[in-house]
Design a protein around this ligand. Structure first.
Ligand code: NAP
Length: 427
């Protein structure tokens, strides 16, 4: 029996799931949908532009889509252009791999003041996401970044880095101009726990100390005697490497760089200060009942992402995930990636996630309801006038972006406008 499967979300989680399914059950037709005109989700719109090594994962995802087993359709919004009942009409099963793109909430006074931002929005801006504004108010000289995960590092690094050092990347022209005009001098990263409890990873942490003309500043009060116990429960080699990196920075002389990146610990945010806009932030020295303030004109919270609810799909409001058991949601409905298990883990981890979901889907095949009209989804999309893009369209847009880059000796310059992307893809 030819199995017809839809996947919603063309980021790494969706593509890995499609690829694993195609290998486990070769008699399958897979259609991969995304609301954006271009594929690759988080890699195109979440990974920092100055992380070419991670962006390079695109090459293997490209191979997976290029072998013809999985058909990509972009610019198709689930819930409006294509509903769950449409999907049930055309497919035996659907896998949701829509990720987590919103910022987790931080419920403290002042969080809605102008100058207080979510990291996810800033990331979408610097990665040229078509649905986000093209300008970003980079007016602050002193900035706070809340959180001790890799997103906080991305945001802090992009804010602190000189724009010209980003020119080798695929940043759009408006992002370069915005960063170039930034008056920032000090970026303060605040973790609520101690330096032994950071959620960074070693490569990303080390990279921070290599940014041109930026000094890393650490504070002795955050490193009490014996602050790192390598025999403590849960300490990994990664923690040990990061402890050495932090210690080496404590020993380093400041160079008088024009920008500074401060790492503060034991700082729990309690209020963002200011009347009409952000003028500072107040912290509790974690667990001590003593408070301190830091003057800043902007605050970025990088305290984790949160999934978004999809029409007609059961959602766990507390965890921000589709309610599921091992990726099973309901008859013929599955989930994988961050929308299945929450926004933790590196891109490669979505592979094991996908393996579990696909094993369960394949085990369910005998029970899956036969769709009324398999293989005819394009008729539905055409009847609705949906301007979908496809794989050939992506190859055109990809070549166009690369040709824009070539003129300026860069690998690629992203097209940011949705209509323009669709026009180039469909042209
Ligand atoms: P994360 O690693 O879970 O870090 C979230 C941080 O926010 C933690 O330090 C957490 O502190 C803190 N936090 C949570 N709630 C808070 C609150 N109310 N007040 C203050 N701090 C709070 O999440 P992420 O940085 O969003 O990253 C998500 C995943 O993507 C991670 O697996 C990450 O490694 C990965 N990623 C990787 C890269 C890369 O370059 N390799 C880049 C970006 C993201 P506690 O630890 O105390 O809870």
């Amino acid at each position: 029996m030819t199995l017809h499967v839809a996947i919603v979300g063309a980021g790494p989680a969706g593509i890995y799931a499609g690829n694993i399914l195609a290998h486990q059950y070769p008699d399958v037709e897979i259609d991969l949908f995304d609301s954006l005109p271009a594929p690759y989700g988080l890699i195109r719109y979440g990974v920092a532009p100055d992380h070419p090594r991670i962006k390079g994962i695109v090459n293997s995802l490209h191979e997976m889509l290029n072998d013809g087993k999985i058909r990509f359709y972009g610019n198709v919004t689930f819930g409006t252009d294509l509903t769950l009942s449409d999907i049930k009409q055309h497919y035996h099963a659907v896998i949701f791999a829509t990720g987590a793109i919103k910022d987790a909430k931080l419920d403290i006074p002042g969080i809605d003041l102008p100058g207080s931002y979510g990291a996810a929005d800033f990331v979408a801006w610097y990665d040229g996401h078509p649905d986000f504004p093209r300008t970003w108010p980079l007016e602050a000289k002193q900035v706070a970044v809340l959180g001790n995960g890799n997103v906080a590092l991305d945001v802090a690094r992009v804010l602190a880095k000189h724009a010209d050092d980003m020119l080798s990347t695929d940043i759009p022209a408006n992002v370069y101009e915005g960063l170039k005009a930034s008056p920032v001098t000090d970026v303060h990263v605040f973790g609520r726990r101690g330096p032994a409890n950071i959620k960074f990873t070693p490569i990303e942490l080390r990279e921070l100390g290599e940014v041109e003309d930026v000094d890393i500043v650490l504070y002795d009060e955050d490193f009490p005697e014996g602050w790192f116990d390598e025999d403590a429960e849960g300490v990994t080699n990664q923690h040990k490497v990061m402890a050495r990196i932090l210690e080496s920075w404590r020993d380093r002389e400041l160079t008088g760089a024009s920008r500074r990146l401060h790492l503060h610990f034991y700082s729990t945010p309690v209020a963002i200060l200011g009347d009409e806009k952000v003028t500072g932030i107040k912290f509790e020295r974690t667990g001590t009942g003593t408070f301190f303030e830091q003057d800043v004109q902007a605050v970025y919270r990088a305290i984790g992402y949160f999934g978004s609810e999809l029409p007609e799909v059961p959602f766990d409001e507390k965890l921000g995930v589709i309610s599921n058991h091992g990726g099973r949601v309901s008859d013929g409905v599955y989930a994988t990636g961050w929308i299945k298990r929450g926004p933790v883990g590196l891109i490669g981890h979505t592979k094991s996630d996908a393996t579990e979901t696909i094993e369960n889907l394949v085990a369910d095949i005998p029970k899956l309801a036969e769709p009324a009209s398999p293989g005819t989804v394009l008729e539905t999309l055409n009847a609705r006038g949906v301007q979908y893009t496809d794989w050939q369209g992506w190859l055109k847009l990809n070549a166009y972006e690369q040709s824009l880059g070539e003129k300026e000796n860069r690998e690629r310059i992203k097209v940011v406008d949705r209509d323009e992307q669709v026009k180039i893809s469909r042209g």
